[in-house]
Design a protein around this ligand. Structure first.
Ligand SMILES: Cc1cc2nc3c(=O)[nH]c(=O)nc-3n(C[C@H](O)[C@H](O)[C@H](O)COP(=O)(O)OP(=O)(O)OC[C@H]3O[C@@H](n4cnc5c(N)ncnc54)[C@H](O)[C@@H]3O)c2cc1C
Length: 270
């Protein structure tokens, strides 16, 4: 005899057991909420000191917008330390100098820096729904080699404020990520341009060159050449690069794109 199961019965079988709350920590494993646990415990500290203490423990990761953390299916047994109650979402502005709290969303960058390179890079980084989720701090900490937002910050000479009062350039932080980021400061001024090549106009570029002219000269930052964006000050710097190689483009092809796009950006800004 066939045993028929109604949709309602199926739903009941898949319903989780009663979730278990322990103060602000919510244990998802004992709650049997998901079959393959990724984030197994969740904390929402209310002070920086509490956040730092939690983040010193094994497998504890900072959770900002979560667009990278939640999308990473290779990791498991993470303990999320959510940064949303730390008051890090404040923006302050003095003329063209903008100070973003680490939890400012990319949609805020788009709004604050309208017409500037940073707004254009934020717009190209993620679709509009995810721009309201992804944060400035998360973008820098993730250090993605294809991140136009990160390249724009590097080309603009942006700096990172860390939890212990330190300040380092974004370029330096990305090469050796250390403490929790509390803010990112940048001058949103000076002529700029972006040149890129991708499979379609709005696809993540295979290679992009972002350029900004400031009183110190022209600074370029390239995506799609390494595991992190790379800063260059001249065409010679670009010619020295040995780009990465993957299914979207060989190292030789990426080198050719870098030089060609770099020439265009330098031509535009000179
Ligand atoms: C499906 C998908 C996959 C993506 N994959 C990548 C990717 O692999 N690499 C990439 O660069 N971009 C990736 N992006 C782009 C990414 O969404 C943006 O870089 C985004 O702005 C990240 O910010 P977030 O707040 O969501 O970061 P989160 O996912 O919250 O955090 C990203 C990383 O930064 C750390 N972190 C967050 N905030 C801080 C802080 N204040 N101080 C110190 N560390 C912190 C987290 O622990 C984590 O390691 C992806 C986007 C999508 C939609």
């Amino acid at each position: 005899m066939l045993a028929l199961t109604s949709p309602r019965q199926l739903l009941r079988r898949r319903m989780p057991q009663k979730p278990c709350f322990t103060g602000r920590a919510f244990n998802l494993v004992s709650a049997n909420f998901i079959s393959v646990p990724l984030i197994v415990e969740y904390h929402r500290p209310e002070s920086l000191a509490e956040a730092v203490e939690l983040l010193q423990q094994p497998d504890h990761v900072a959770l900002a917008g979560g667009t990278v953390v939640n999308a990473d299916r290779n990791r498991s047994q993470l303990v999320a330390v959510d940064l949303q109650s730390l008051g890090l979402d404040v923006v302050s502005r003095e003329a063209s100098r903008v100070q973003f709290g680490a939890m400012c969303r990319l949609s805020e960058v788009e709004k604050q820096c309208s017409g500037d390179l940073l707004a254009e890079a934020a717009r190209r980084e993620l679709p509009s729904t995810l721009r309201t989720v992804g944060t400035v701090g998360g973008t820098v900490a993730a250090g993605g080699g294809e991140s136009l937002m990160l390249a724009a910050l590097m080309a603009s000479g942006a700096s990172v404020r860390t939890v212990n009062g330190g300040e380092v350039s974004v370029e330096r932080y990305v090469s050796a990520p250390s403490e929790l980021i509390v803010g990112v400061d940048v001058n949103a001024e000076g002529a700029w341009t972006i040149e890129h090549t991708g499979r379609t106009p709005m696809d993540t570029p295979i290679v992009a060159v972002v350029g900004r002219r400031s009183e110190d000269g022209i600074t370029l930052a390239l995506t799609g050449v390494g595991t992190q964006p790379v800063v260059a000050r001249s065409l010679d710097d670009i010619k020295q690069l040995i780009p990465i190689d993957d299914f979207r483009g060989s190292s030789e092809y990426r080198h050719h794109l870098s030089v060609t796009l770099g020439e265009r950006v330098l031509g535009d800004l000179s």
